[in-house]
Design a protein around this ligand. Structure first.
Ligand code: CO
Ligand code: CO
Ligand code: CO
Length: 523
């Protein structure tokens, strides 16, 4: 690289200071200079490697979304004074999609901002998705978006200008399709690429649709299939098929504009869009604010191509897990609802569909209208019910409505170390206590993880023919998600070393490995 006058000037200054002038924590000459003969301070860049960067690889914790956990945010907001202004019709307290501020008797501003990390690798598609996602909150309030400000951050030394231009072009094209005028924006040089929009829309106070208007007996409609989070996660692991990725991109780039128009015309009373908290998370806000309960018919919920299979394969991200915890307290799950259905119902969505309630009589026509308008998988997915304990029930549509559904299985209590299951050592026995302590130490994860250790305890329990030990560890192993096949293989190793007596012992108890209830019922 030829030495430019700019570099000569900048380097002279940096070397005199002993520090890089754009990052004083670095000495000058910096690492990039010594390795690549590039001076960032002089505006030089590493030549881009051929081809496009893989956008999702720039994300630092892709499995965790980029959101602050909802509980933490609520605690922080709780420490701040409430906003007292009669013109603020919808503020942050109600967990609605956007703020609504009344400017005249018949006009309100609807305002929202959303910024997030790439969920797809194509910059143009990501731009369109980010815009569709931000606009969606205005649509969910029954509003019409008017203007948008762009918010963009990226590491300037790493992402090429062409890529950034593509991102923004995607965003602008989407805004144009929505009839929204871009009014400016803000950009930041930062380690992580993020894009979003602050959108302002308008709504008449009488036409505003919040999350607080749902009434018992109403139908619940969803306008887009679920599964964008699961497919993005599978993609990051290189396990999503091109067809699944294409279906997810098509769904995420689709505006909720037409769906919102149909929703308003059909007389919807409550609406939200399904995004980071997953369908159950956003529905939990809606039932809470409306003072109602809801029933979700899992078989009626639409999924994206292959999302169900990925959920069954366990391709579920940490963010989905947090959403599950978030709703667990108000969730009742009927017997027989597959685990994959719950994973999908908790899957964080990017630019998901609208979820709304409307008078049941209008539901069927509304679904037909949505499908004709391009929401091909729009569906009636449940109903609003009277407030009762456990605000959301996930059930089968064919179940009689008033059968009380069993509560979700409580998490297994932490199992004790092996010999706690044997006749309890009296507290006065020092040796007994010491042995239990030793046991707990031996079982702690170290070079072997807890799952490996659990399988070893099963083999040893069989080999040593300790029935209480085996029962305790079978319960623990099943609660960890070990399969009956894995457990049996470990047990047969115990038989191999324990001989015929160990085999008779295992034969007498092996049915327990196939029956979770039987095992957790022992003790
Ligand atoms: Co420098
Ligand atoms: Co929203
Ligand atoms: Co939002």
């Amino acid at each position: 690289m030829a030495v430019s006058p700019k570099r000569a000037r900048v380097m002279a200054r940096s070397r005199r200071l002993g520090h890089c002038i754009c990052d004083p924590r670095q000495a000058c000459p910096c690492e990039a200079f010594r390795q690549h003969d590039v001076c960032h301070c002089a505006g030089e860049r590493l030549p881009q490697a051929g081809g496009r960067p893989v956008l999702t690889q720039l994300v630092q914790s892709p499995g965790c979304a980029s959101k602050v956990p909802p509980g933490e945010l609520a605690r922080i907001l709780g420490r701040l004074p409430a906003v007292e202004d009669p013109r603020l019709l919808v503020g942050s307290a109600t967990l609605d999609d956007a703020g609504v501020f009344q400017v005249s008797p018949d006009l309100c501003l609807v305002q929202t901002v959303d910024v997030f990390t790439p969920c797809v690798d194509d910059p143009y598609a990501f731009g369109r998705i980010a815009a569709a996602n931000s606009l969606s909150d205005v649509y969910a309030m029954g509003g019409t978006p008017l203007t948008a400000l762009t918010i963009l951050s990226y590491p300037v030394h790493e992402v090429a200008e062409e890529v950034v231009a593509e991102l923004l072009r995607g965003g602008l094209d989407q805004l144009q399709e929505a009839g929204v005028t871009p009014t400016g924006g803000h950009s930041i040089n930062e380690a992580e690429l993020k894009l979003g929009f602050a959108v302002t829309g308008l709504v008449a106070p009488a036409e505003m649709v919040t999350n607080a208007g749902a009434r018992p007996g109403e139908a619940l409609l969803l306008t887009k299939p679920l599964g964008t989070g699961i497919i993005a996660f599978a993609g990051q692991l290189g396990r999503a098929s091109p067809a699944a990725r294409a279906a997810a991109v098509a769904s995420m780039t689709m505006l909720n504009r037409a769906a919102a128009e149909i929703m308003r015309r059909a007389g919807a009373r409550a609406c939200t869009d399904v995004t980071g908290f997953g369908l159950l998370g956003h529905l939990s806000h809606l039932v809470r604010e409306s003072g109602v309960s809801a029933e979700v018919w899992w078989e009626a919920v639409p999924w994206l191509t292959e999302a169900w299979r990925y959920a069954e394969e366990g391709l579920v991200s940490g963010a989905a897990e947090r959403n599950r915890e978030y709703v667990e307290g108000r969730l009742q799950v009927a017997a027989g609802v597959p685990e994959a259905a719950l994973d999908l119902l908790c899957d964080p969505q990017t630019s998901g569909g609208l979820l709304f309630s409307l008078p049941a009589a209008a539901a069927e026509a509304c679904v037909a209208e949505l499908r004709a308008a391009g929401c091909e998988q729009a569906a009636l997915i449940g109903r609003v019910t009277e407030l009762r304990e456990g605000s959301i029930q996930v059930t089968s549509r064919t179940m009689p409505n008033d059968t009380p559904t069993p509560a979700l299985e409580p998490p297994a209590p932490p199992a004790e170390a092996c010999c706690a299951a044997a006749p309890a050592a009296p507290a006065t026995s020092d040796a007994g206590q010491a042995f239990q302590q030793f046991m707990a130490t031996a079982l702690r994860p170290g070079a072997l993880d807890v799952v490996q250790k659990e399988l070893i305890t099963i083999a040893l329990s069989v080999c040593g023919q300790c029935e209480p030990c085996l029962k305790t560890h079978l319960a623990k192993a099943l609660a960890m998600g070990l399969t009956p096949e894995e457990i049996a293989e470990a047990a047969w190793l115990g038989v191999a070393f324990g001989g015929a007596k160990a085999m008779m012992f295992w034969k007498g108890l092996e049915h327990l490995a196939r029956n979770k209830e039987a095992v957790s019922g022992v003790e």
